[in-house]
Design a protein around this ligand. Structure first.
Ligand code: AMP
Length: 189
């Protein structure tokens, strides 16, 4: 059994729409390397109603947070973050792998479930005091989202919410983001 095991189970299914979403997430064993059970969200993206429901549910979770900006993490965070920004009438800022963004960047280095990597963001992307929601498809160890929070906070922004479609509870990434963080995930394994 892999570290992400065959014993995985959904911890909370609070909404029948969540159960429907889960039918469109495909498990790919040993991708991108042995021992990783990759949660492939492309079937969900290809299913119009599920993709729409994803945005609806994330928007419900972020309403009332008095946000100024959505930050999406390359690359699947862009797919969910951009429609969410439009739905909530907010701007969107991308966090990307090094060398992709054209203007002056802030950079952090971090560990993921299966690699060590760096992330960059334009150093004028976040206004001082701006309330930001960080959006990505999946929370695993929390390294990526935590690094993104660091980038935002370096620029004087406030990370008001983290929002994910999927959270791998058994990797305890939520804890790594720091106590007291407001983390919402639609689907838990
Ligand atoms: P982490 O930094 O460990 O929380 O990893 C989160 C990032 O890696 C997200 O951008 C995910 O898209 C990707 N990721 C990590 N583990 C998985 C997984 N098991 N299935 C799909 N994506 C993953």
């Amino acid at each position: 059994m892999s570290a992400h095991g065959t014993l995985e189970y959904p911890a909370v299914i609070a909404d029948p729409r969540i159960l429907e979403l889960m039918k469109h997430i495909r498990d790919i064993p040993d991708f991108p390397k042995p021992g990783i059970l990759f949660k492939d969200i492309t079937p969900l993206l290809g299913h119009a109603a599920s993709f729409r429901v994803c945005t609806d549910l994330l928007a419900e979770q972020l309403e009332g947070a008095q946000l100024d900006l959505i930050v999406g993490i390359e690359s699947r965070g862009f797919i969910f973050g951009a429609p969410l920004a439009q739905r909530l009438n907010l701007g969107f800022a991308p966090v990307r792998k090094p060398g992709k963004l054209p203007y002056k960047c802030a950079r952090v280095t971090y560990d993921t479930e299966y690699s060590t990597d760096s992330l960059e963001m334009h150093d004028d992307a976040v206004a001082k005091g701006a309330r930001v929601a960080i959006v990505d498809d999946l929370l695993a160890t929390g390294g990526t989202a935590g690094a993104t929070a660091k980038l935002i906070e370096q620029q004087g922004g406030v990370v008001a919410k983290f929002a994910f479609v999927v959270e791998l509870d058994f990797l305890a990434g939520r804890g790594r983001l720091g106590g007291g963080r407001d983390v919402v995930s639609l689907i838990h394994y």
